[in-house]
Write a protein of this length. Structure first.
Length: 270
């Protein structure tokens, strides 16, 4: 999976449109996209949506330390197992993840790290419970908590998350949203930088961002050809290819990751 698209839970028309689109996962949002006065309505809409199993849907609940978050857990607890999981904002402790796992049995959890404390405990959160299936950054809140005003200020946090996910045996994390949905060139550049840092895929706030994300995270033809050459040389120990590149087991593992990111058979390269 490379693309996750947010849709506000109190807008069933937008949720339906998102589900009919090309996103790998649709994140039905009960948190930031829903005004305080619409929380109850949004929660009821999610319950109605999840009456049918939705394997392409994640539900982002509210902070579980709030009354809204607890109401979300009670509402979706018996239904979340039929989804792609529950996205848990403001994740700050392993105990919090275990409590959520108990409230939504059978559902995968996708905690979001959005504070300095959560970042310090990223590995603990990632390895808190078998239900934790991924971790991600909530960069807007993290920027506010850290007082960071530019991209460079988040570099360490992003690397920390990639390391924590790997150490916990989780998939590479997806990038946080790129908030200027009209700046597709900036999005593509940001995705390329994220891929180089070890991220895989990205969340989006607008359907127009999806093909840009997918294209940026797909390896190019030259990259695929080089990876195939490296994998073909595997098994011969440490060797040098005709063009002078040195190949050992670590290089082979990286090449196999490139090949894993190719479009599957019959899937178009965007």
């Amino acid at each position: 999976m490379l693309t996750w698209l947010y849709a506000p839970a109190d807008r069933p028309d937008l949720v339906a449109k998102a589900l009919a689109g090309p996103a790998d996962v649709v994140i039905v949002d009960l948190e930031d996209a829903v005004a305080p006065g619409n929380k109850d309505l949004a929660r009821a809409e999610v319950v109605a949506l999840l009456a049918t199993p939705r394997p392409r849907v994640q539900v982002r609940i509210n902070d579980t330390r709030t009354a809204w978050g607890q109401a979300d857990l009670r509402a979706v607890g018996a239904l979340a197992a039929g989804t792609a999981g529950v996205r848990v904002p403001k994740a700050e402790s392993a105990g919090q993840m275990r409590d959520v796992a108990a409230a939504v049995p059978g559902a995968e959890l996708h905690p979001l790290i959005e504070s300095a404390l959560g970042l310090e405990r990223a590995y603990e959160i990632a390895s808190a419970d078998p239900a934790v299936a991924s971790i991600g950054l909530g960069e807007a809140d993290l920027r506010a908590d850290l007082g960071v005003s530019d991209e460079a200020g988040l570099s360490w946090a992003r690397s920390r998350l990639v390391v924590a996910a790997r150490a916990a045996g989780l998939p590479a994390p997806a990038q946080s949203v790129y908030t200027d949905f009209r700046d597709l060139e900036g999005l593509a550049e940001s995705c390329r930088a994220g891929r180089a840092m070890g991220f895989r895929g990205r969340a989006a706030i607008h359907p127009a961002q999806l093909p840009v994300i997918r294209a940026a995270y797909r390896p190019g033809e030259e990259e695929v050809a080089a990876a195939r050459e490296i994998v073909a040389a595997a098994g011969a120990g440490a060797v040098a290819l005709p063009d002078g590149r040195f190949v050992d087991e670590a290089i082979v593992r990286q090449a196999r990751r490139v090949l894993d990111d190719q479009p599957s058979h019959g899937e178009k390269r965007i």
